[in-house]
Every structure is written in C-alpha cells, then in structure tokens.
Design a protein around this ligand. Structure first.
Ligand code: ADP
Ligand code: ASP
Ligand code: MG
Length: 408
C-alpha cells in the first residue's frame, strides 16, 4: 500500500463528465489499496474568467479580495470532485487549502508555502477516505488571511503536500501525455521525454514550459519526492522527473515564453552605482527581473536592458522612468512583443559549442537575437515574438529532438 498525491489541472476537471472521469480513476486507485490525496485546480478557464470579472467590476487593486475571489474556483472543483467520488461508493472529503494546513507567507497573489500541517488530511486518510484538497491556496498564520500561490500554483500545492505527507510520489495529471521535448501544441514532432532530472525540469519550467510550475519542481527536488507527469485522459506512459536520469542529454528540451516584456534604459551615465540605483527600487517594488544586459560603454554612456514578467511591466516602466530622470539617463523604451527561447540539457556542461550551434541555426533561419543569457545547463535568447514558432521548430530539428540526426 502506498500514499500518493495526485493533481488534476483545469482542463482535466473542465466539465461534469471530466470530473466523473477523474473520480473513477481516483476510485480505482483507492480500491487497489492506496491512500489517495487529490489536489484540484479550478475548472477550465474559471480563474481567467474570475480575473476578467473583477476587472469589469473594478479597475483598482484589491489584493485581499482578489484572493478571496480566485480561491473560489478551486473550491468549486473540490466539492464537485468529492461528490463524484462518493457516488462511486468511496468515502471522500474535500478540504480548502487552509483546512488542509497549508501555511503561507502574507503575499497576496503570489504567496510562498512556509509549512504544511496536514492534521485533517491524515485524520481523513486514517478513516479510509480519499481527501480532495483545493489547489493554489493557503492561509497566512500572521495575518489569518487567505492567500493564493500564483498562476499554476496547484502544482506547488501537490508537490508540497506530497513532501509534507512523505508520499511515495507526486502525480501531476494534465492534458498532454507528459513533458515533451518542446510544447506539443506548437511542435508536431515534439516527443515525450521518459525521464528528466529535477535540475533540467526546473530550468525548462522557469524558461516557460508551462506543464509544471517551477516551484513544484523545487519542492520535489528539495524533499526528494519524484514527480510523475501524465495524461488525465488515458492510461499512457508519462514522464518521471527525478534526481538522476540514466542518460544525459546535451539538449533535453526547448522552452519558449512570450509573456515577458523588455525594458531598456538608454543613455545611462556609466559610473559606479547606476545598476544598483536602477535595480534596488525595482526590487523594492517586487518586480522580478530575469535577463539583464548592459551594453559596452561609449564615451561614458551605456544602455541597460532587462526583461520582466508581463504583469510587472507597468510598475517596472514607471520605476525605470523615475530612476532614469534621477540618474540623468536619456529615456526608457518598452518592448512587449518579445519571446524568450531556451535550450536546456545537463550534458551541455561537458559539450562545448552548443550555444554556437544555436546561434548559427537562428542566423540561418534569419532570426535576430536581441539578448542572450546562459546557465551551466541552459542557453536563452530573446527574439522577436513573431519569430518564435519558426525558431523553436528549427532548433528542435537541429538538435535532433524530433528523432532525426542532429546538425553538425
Ligand atoms: P494544467 O491545467 O493541467 O495545469 P497547463 O496548461 O498548466 O495544464 O500545462 C499543460 C500545457 O503545457 C500543455 O497543454 C502544453 O501546451 C504546455 N506545455 C508547454 N511546454 C510543454 C512541454 N515541454 N511539455 C508538455 N507540455 C508543455
Ligand atoms: N487555477 C489556478 C490557475 O489557473 C491554479 C492552477 O490551475 O494551478 O493559475
Ligand atoms: Mg498548470
């Protein structure tokens, strides 16, 4: 008998028949003798619909009420799921994040899980029940307020709950068969990856492969809980995300992200302290900055460009404009239509020339590279958004991810 935490995403619980389908999968697992905790997302586009509704009602920021609103999405799913499982003669009980003991910091809209005290979850499991937990939410013990974990946060709930319960695995069921070599919705020849290391998955997730939230991968990595990603629709093999893989790949996969905005501060006086003068206020505004490029200084003047998530773009722009006038820079430019394209593979460490191949392939495809950043197992380029599908396709083929021979 094992203890398993399963998570079902929004599309997988998108309507009544899909909820019943998930319920029967859960019931089969329970009847096979396993203890099952099920984390659910909001149905279909519920979270987006609630965000739109709130924007229609009020143009202002309401962090507390926004979390009260958004957590309702997952509550709907959890109650319906419990009903559907009970109808299959399996005892089931739903719990909100706070009832399940998910304790977070105080940040509305992007709270971090600090601790999980799953007393009620354990009690219900001990009583032979399936436990359904609303994903994406918790409660702050400091403010006693309900919080949400950020978009895609149910993945984090699942991995953290699996760690807290000492579960054998965390299973993430979604609308594709697993983690692919590129987004299977845009690359027809993308192939399912059988196993991938936490390290590689973390890089892919952070680079925009939406299939797993980066923080879920971090929990798996930190607490040694393997994550299995598979389809909620059919019993097909999925992808294991774990500490080590049998084979090392030079390029394991390609991720792209069109949700970032590039901001450039022009004509920055090149003297000690200007970078700190720009990035300190951005940090205090809670803007998360990804790539940073500072150009070579000519006659003591330079440009600094950086990328931020789209939702931080407005704050970043106003902050950068204030700083620009304080430090005597020429001005600020905002480029929203960019894409970040990344290749990831742990074998890259021992293989020189991977970045060069990427740049050559993009050059031959006529794709202009705007910014470059690397880690030891990733190379990322910022390109024009309109080039992104073509660029992913060309790199996918060039690195042999479609099963063909890689280019020399
Ligand atoms: P869920 O609602 O189940 O959490 P998401 O929409 O968040 O599902 O994530 C699944 C989606 O991630 C897929 O439909 C796919 O389009 C996208 N995706 C992006 N990159 C990848 C990848 N490398 N492998 C698999 N799916 C990916
Ligand atoms: N419902 C939330 C979202 O759409 C959380 C999740 O699905 O993981 O982002
Ligand atoms: Mg998701």
């Amino acid at each position: 008998m094992s203890l398993v935490v399963q998570k079902y995403g929004g599309t997988s619980v998108g309507d009544a028949s899909r909820i019943r389908n998930v319920a029967s999968r859960v019931a089969v697992r329970h009847q096979a003798g396993d203890d099952v905790v099920v984390i659910v997302s909001a149905m279909g586009s519920t979270t987006d619909d609630l965000l739109q509704l709130s924007a229609d009602v009020s143009p202002n920021e309401h962090p507390r009420e926004m979390d009260m609103l958004l957590t309702a999405g997952e509550r709907i799913s959890m109650a319906l799921m419990a009903m559907a499982i009970q109808d299959l003669d399996v005892e089931a009980m739903s719990l909100t994040g706070s009832q399940a003991g998910i304790l977070t910091d105080t940040t509305h809209g992007g709270a971090k899980i600090q601790d999980i005290r799953p007393f009620r979850v354990r009690e219900a499991l001990d009583a032979g029940r399936v436990v359904i937990v609303a994903g994406f939410q918790g409660v702050s013990p400091d403010t006693k307020e309900i919080t949400t974990l950020g978009r895609g946060g149910s993945d984090a709930t699942a991995a953290a709950m699996a760690a807290a319960l000492g579960a054998d695995a965390c299973e993430i069921y979604t609308d594709v068969d697993g983690v692919f070599t590129a987004d299977p919705r845009i690359i027809d020849s993308a192939r399912r990856i059988e196993e991938i290391s936490f390290e590689e998955m973390l890089e892919l997730a952070a680079a925009g492969a939406r299939v797993l939230m980066p923080r879920a991968v971090e929990f798996g990595m930190r607490f040694g809980v393997p994550i299995y990603v598979a389809s909620s629709y059919r019993d097909a093999p999925g992808t294991w995300v774990k500490e080590k893989t049998m084979e090392q790949a030079i390029v394991r996969g390609i991720a792209h992200d069109t949700s970032a905005t590039k901001i450039t501060v022009h004509g920055v006086p090149d003297r000690p302290g200007v970078a700190a003068a720009l990035f300190e206020p951005l940090a205090s505004e809670g803007v998360s900055v990804d790539m940073i490029v500072q150009n070579v200084s000519e006659r003591g003047i330079t440009d600094i460009s950086f990328t931020v998530p789209r939702e931080h773009a407005e704050v970043a722009r106003t902050t950068a404009e204030t700083v620009a006038s304080e430090i005597g820079a020429a001005g600020v430019d905002v480029a929203p239509n960019i894409a970040r394209l990344s290749i990831v593979g742990s074998g890259m460490r021992a293989e020189p020339g991977v970045a060069a191949t990427m740049f050559r392939e993009l050059a031959d495809a006529g794709v202009n590279i705007d910014m470059i950043s690397t880690s030891s197992i990733r190379v990322s380029c910022v390109i024009d958004e309109s080039d992104v599908e073509r660029a992913v396709e060309c790199l996918h083929r060039a690195f042999g991810l479609d099963g063909g021979t890689p280019d020399e």
